[in-house]
Design a protein around this ligand. Structure first.
Ligand code: ADP
Ligand code: MG
Length: 372
């Protein structure tokens, strides 16, 4: 008798969902990204018991059209991408249509949504674990969407236990991640709160609809913290054809077939001054075209160059790398936190030079000789 059999559909769904939604961070990241993609200018994230009881993300974005109710939580249904080719010009955070379907499989989940044309009438959507729409009912709601995730991992006992054990640590990592989204999102009013049992609802942090990231940083980390920062504004050309061993065909840097590509890195970084208290948490936030992501090699380059000016500290960094959408790949890991930069080595080399130049030119930087 054959021993190899296909896995039952429901189990496949659960296995795959567990790769998209791995922890509390992935839940919040996916929901906040959906709100930004929906054009929201106000995003409120509410936790109960550090997220163990529930996570709610409420936005004032476009809302969901009734025609989409049936499919919104089905796997690989998305309004953002229809063919693989579209990936290279992607402007949205989401594109795989996996988040809501995964949340249906791993939590008690519902949505309340209303569009501008719906007046004060909203619709509450309930789903089956498979993502199939179970029921709809009319409720009072303002324009936008509220997604409610209760008892995350209730059906994965090992993960649930792990989450309960590490709830406080997970929650503080979630706050860091949300701070990155709040700081990069200009023109968006962001607020995050947590309610612990028998306690009051505590606002963790909030931003106003600021026109720039500097004011967002001031809202999140306090205005005083800004005194230790200088603007980060680097620009350099990437010229793939000049590099030894490179051929244009494997280095696909966007639409210009030949010639160079401009890379810009904008944001804020600690002044390279020895002994200056940062007044800021030890935080380094990296973005590619405003998408928060893990960039360990870029982080390393920032730290190493900074350390040659200030041995005693590592810098606070808030850096958004502006790249051609063809110059990186976001589809590397199921949670989209890892980004693959094409021609990373060349980018890092130029980055190091440009950073050194920035610190060199900074009048308060301490000359190398004094450090020896
Ligand atoms: P993806 O973001 O990759 O498309 P999701 O599962 O996160 O996949 O969401 C599925 C679809 O549901 C989205 O493509 C979008 O059309 C809709 N959607 C999700 N969240 C919101 C929201 N907050 N406001 C409006 N539409 C939303
Ligand atoms: Mg999404």
């Amino acid at each position: 008798m054959a021993t190899i059999k296909p896995i039952e559909g429901r189990s496949v769904h659960q296995i795959q969902s567990g790769q998209v939604i791995v922890d509390l961070i992935s839940v919040c990241k996916e929901l906040v990204e959906n709100s930004v993609d929906a054009g929201a200018t106000s995003i409120e994230v509410r936790f109960k018991k550090n997220g163990l009881d529930s996570i709610e993300v409420q936005d004032n974005g476009s809302g969901i059209a009734p025609d989409d109710y049936e499919t919104i939580a089905l796997k690989h249904y998305t309004s953002k991408l229809s063919t693989y080719d579209d990936l290279s010009s992607l402007q949205t955070f989401g594109f795989r249509g996996e988040a809501l379907s995964s949340l249906c499989a791993l939590s008690k989940f519902h949505i309340i949504t209303a569009r501008a044309s719906d007046g004060a009438r909203g619709t509450r959507l309930e789903f089956e674990q498979s993502g199939k729409l179970k029921s709809t009912s009319v409720v009072a709601a303002k324009q936008g969407t509220t997604v409610v995730v209760e008892t995350l991992f209730h059906n994965l006992p090992v993960r649930r236990k792990e989450l309960e054990k590490n709830a406080k640590r997970e929650y503080s990592k979630v706050l860091e991640m949300l701070q990155a989204y709040a700081c990069i999102s200009t023109g968006v009013k962001f607020s995050v709160s947590n309610q612990v049992p028998k306690g009051k609802k505590m606002v963790a942090f909030a931003t106003n609809s600021n026109p720039n990231t500097r004011e967002n940083l001031a809202n999140v980390f306090g205005a005083k913290a800004l005194l230790t920062l200088i603007p980060l504004s680097l620009e350099f050309e990437m010229d793939p054809s000049n590099r030894p061993g490179s051929t244009q065909s494997v280095r696909n840097w966007g639409t210009q077939e030949e010639g160079s590509h401009t890379v810009k890195i904008v944001g804020h970084i600690s002044r390279p001054v020895v002994g200056e208290g940062r007044g800021l948490p030890d935080r380094q936030m990296f973005f590619v075209n405003s998408r928060p992501c893990n960039l360990p090699q870029v982080r390393k380059a920032f730290n190493e160059v900074y350390k040659s000016y200030n041995i005693s500290q590592s810098p606070f960094v808030f850096a958004d790398i502006k790249l051609d959408t063809n110059a990186y790949d976001v589809n590397v890991s199921p949670d989209k936190r890892t980004i693959m930069l094409h021609d990373q080595a060349a980018l890092l080399e130029s980055l190091r030079d440009a950073l050194a130049e920035l610190f060199e030119g900074h009048d308060q930087s301490v000359p190398q000789a004094q450090l020896l």
